[in-house]
Design a protein. Structure first.
Length: 198
């Protein structure tokens, strides 16, 4: 419970730090692009696509940012969680949406940069189909183990994995995600044999 609270506080702090920049940018863009006498944006609800499962980092960020945008715009921002294929499902939905400014995507390195390289067809072209707005958050990749694992350091984890090839499993958000690629890099650099948790 203590770890979860700390993680929630850290995420909240990260969102709060980034949110000011997002809102300032949106306000500046809105002021610069609305001609005098024109109706202000938005005039209808805005869809905000989170391309990963509910309750994950993308979903939480979309909900926090969406709420603040709803307050600032006085127009509803609706979070639409569309997980699947390491973020490619939601990203493709966003790419195929009408280009009218009423669909936003919380982009992530995996679907916008990695998936187009490792998968032959993702259904979108990152450079053609998206216009970046701002950096919302940055999150480090961490190596953690369950308290029941008999390893209290990276050195001990490597020794344990070498002593029990294929017995240790690692979790990730799916093939091609940063966590998956990080685990595979860890295996390559250390010579251990761990398998993805399915």
């Amino acid at each position: 419970m203590k770890r979860q609270t700390l993680a929630t506080q850290s995420l909240s702090h990260l969102v709060t730090q980034s949110l000011g920049g997002v809102l300032a940018l949106i306000a500046a863009l809105a002021a610069a692009t609305v001609p005098a006498g024109a109706q202000s944006y938005p005039t209808k609800p805005v869809r905000f696509i989170a391309p990963f499962p509910p309750a994950g980092t993308s979903d939480i960020l979309c909900r926090v940012i969406g709420q603040k945008l709803t307050e600032a715009w006085e127009q509803q921002v609706v979070v639409d969680s569309r997980p699947g294929a390491a973020g490619s499902v939601g990203t493709e939905i966003a790419a195929k949406a009408t280009a009218d400014g009423y669909t936003m995507l919380l982009g992530n390195l995996t679907p916008v940069a990695i998936n187009p390289i490792i998968y032959p067809k993702v259904g979108y072209d990152t450079l053609r189909d998206f216009a970046p707005v701002t950096l919302v958050a940055a999150a480090p990749q961490l190596l953690v183990v369950h308290p029941g694992v008999a390893a209290k350091s990276v050195k001990e984890l490597i020794a344990l994995a070498k002593a029990k090839p294929g017995a240790l499993k690692y979790g990730s958000g799916g093939s091609g995600t940063l966590a998956h690629l990080g685990a595979e890099m860890f295996k390559t650099l250390t010579g251990v044999n761990m398998v993805p948790f399915e």
